[in-house]
Design a protein around this ligand. Structure first.
Ligand code: 5GP
Length: 175
C-alpha cells in the first residue's frame, strides 16, 4: 500500500489490536473501578484507540482532550513538542493519559509535566504501542499494549503526513 511517497505493509491486524485493547481495559478496570478518574486523550493520534478503550471501561469517568504534535512530514520524532493545553479540571483527581504510541518519550514527558501543574492526585499512562529502543527520556508507562521495534507505522489513528489514520489495521513502512 502506498501513502504519499512511501510504501507500507501490514504489521498488526485489527483483531490483534482489539484483543490488546480488551486486555488493557481489563487491567485499568481492576485498578480504577473504585476511583474517580479523568481520562486525558492525546490528539490526534490516540482518538481511535481511546474511542475503543473507553467503551470497554466499566466505571464512570471524565474525558478530556489535549493536542500534542511532534511529527510533520517526517518519520522520525522532531523532539519539538507543541502542546495545546486547555484549562483542565483535574485538581485532586486521578488521571490516566491515553496515548497512541510512545517513541522517544519526549511528548509524554512534556504532557505529564504540563498536567502536573494542575495538581492531580496521580498520573498514569496507557499506550497502545511502545517502541522501547527509541527512548531518549525515561518515562513510566503503566499500561502498554504492544511493544514493537523501531519502525515507522501508520493506521488505527496514526498518520503519515495526515494520511492513513482511518486504516483499521496498522501498517509498517517498507520503503
Ligand atoms: P515521542 O515524543 O515519544 O517521540 O513521540 C510520540 C508521538 O510521535 C506520537 O504520539 C505519535 O504522534 C508520533 N509517532 C511516534 N512514532 C510514530 C510512528 O511510528 N508512526 C506515527 N505515525 N507517529 C509516530
Amino acid at each position: 500500500m502506498q501513502i504519499h511517497d512511501k510504501n507500507f505493509e501490514i504489521f498488526i491486524t485489527a483483531d490483534e489490536i482489539q484483543s490488546t485493547i480488551k486486555k488493557l481495559a481489563g487491567l485499568i478496570n481492576l485498578d480504577y473501578s473504585d476511583k474517580e478518574l479523568v481520562l486525558v486523550i492525546i490528539l490526534k493520534g490516540a482518538f481511535i484507540f481511546a474511542a475503543d478503550l473507553v467503551r470497554s471501561l466499566n466505571f464512570q469517568s471524565q474525558i478530556e482532550l489535549l493536542s500534542a504534535k511532534s511529527y510533520g512530514k517526517e518519520i522520525t520524532s522532531s523532539g519539538n513538542v507543541e502542546i495545546s493545553l486547555p484549562n483542565l479540571n483535574i485538581k485532586g483527581k486521578h488521571v490516566l493519559i491515553i496515548e497512541d504510541i510512545v517513541d522517544t518519550g519526549l511528548t509524554l514527558s512534556s504532557v505529564k509535566s504540563a498536567l502536573n501543574k494542575f495538581g492531580p492526585l496521580s498520573i498514569e499512562i496507557t499506550t497502545l504501542i511502545s517502541k522501547p529502543a527509541m527512548r531518549k527520556i525515561e518515562i513510566d508507562v503503566k499500561y502498554i499494549g504492544i511493544e514493537i521495534p523501531p519502525v515507522f507505522i501508520v493506521g488505527f489513528g496514526l498518520d503519515y503526513a495526515e494520511h492513513g489514520r482511518n486504516l483499521p489495521d496498522i501498517y509498517a513502512i517498507t520503503s
